[in-house]
Design a protein around this ligand. Sequence first.
Ligand code: CDP
Ligand code: CDP
Length: 222
Amino acid sequence: MKRLTVAIDGPAGAGKSTVARRVAEELGLLYVDTGAMYRAITWKALQSEIDLSDEQVVAAIAREAEIVLDPPEVLVDGVRVTEAIRSPEVTDHVSMVAGMAEVRRVLVEKQRQMAKDGGVVMDGRDIGTHVMPDADVKVFLTASIEERVRRRHLEMIRRGYASDPDRLYQEIKRRDEMDENRSHSPLKPAADAVMLDTTGRSIDEVVSMILDLCRTKVSGGE
Ligand code: CDP
Ligand code: CDP
């Protein structure tokens, strides 16, 4: 089988990481969660108690950090941060860090290195447009903001956090706006991405739609 490259982008809560991980498992490909990388840098910057708006200092942290993605585990400089990078504090600051050009340059270089031999499913915001513009399959996942808030709310409760849907709504809306409007590789569908609205669709359904796209590609169809 050809060493497939699959790019999955979309806004917060669209289901990217859940379905990307499942698609990678089904096809025996590497799964790369690029959001976890931006979160890892944000976590480290918060730990270091630096001024988070100082782009040079945050960029230095991004250059020095050793990030290991070993799904579902995430390690930064040997410390397991799998849950810590999903804390509300990291979530509140990650889009600011992700808006920094030098931080993006450093992380995109690492991401391209991971994808250089193909055989990868990568999810994020700029994968189809910037990190892997030649990906074999590009999917842009969306869902209504109400559904994305509902999913995140259930997930937070499942993980033992207190969750307020109104706060989540504001947080997701603010983060989407920051991600869509930043000057460096903003969140937007690639011109050749397949748009997939997951509102009302189960994880299984979405996974199977993406697997169909992958199989069509491998068998030589478009
Ligand atoms: O899982 P969730 O949708 O909440 O977010 P994530 O995928 O973990 O990404 C967290 C944040 O990292 C996003 O809101 C973006 O600000 C940033 N990000 C990015 O800028 N580019 C990527 N390729 C992936 C994430
Ligand atoms: O990575 P992203 O922020 O796009 O979303 P996610 O973290 O994969 O999914 C957010 C939550 O929605 C998870 O708890 C998933 O189990 C759930 N989900 C769902 O209920 N239905 C889908 N079709 C996809 C995800």
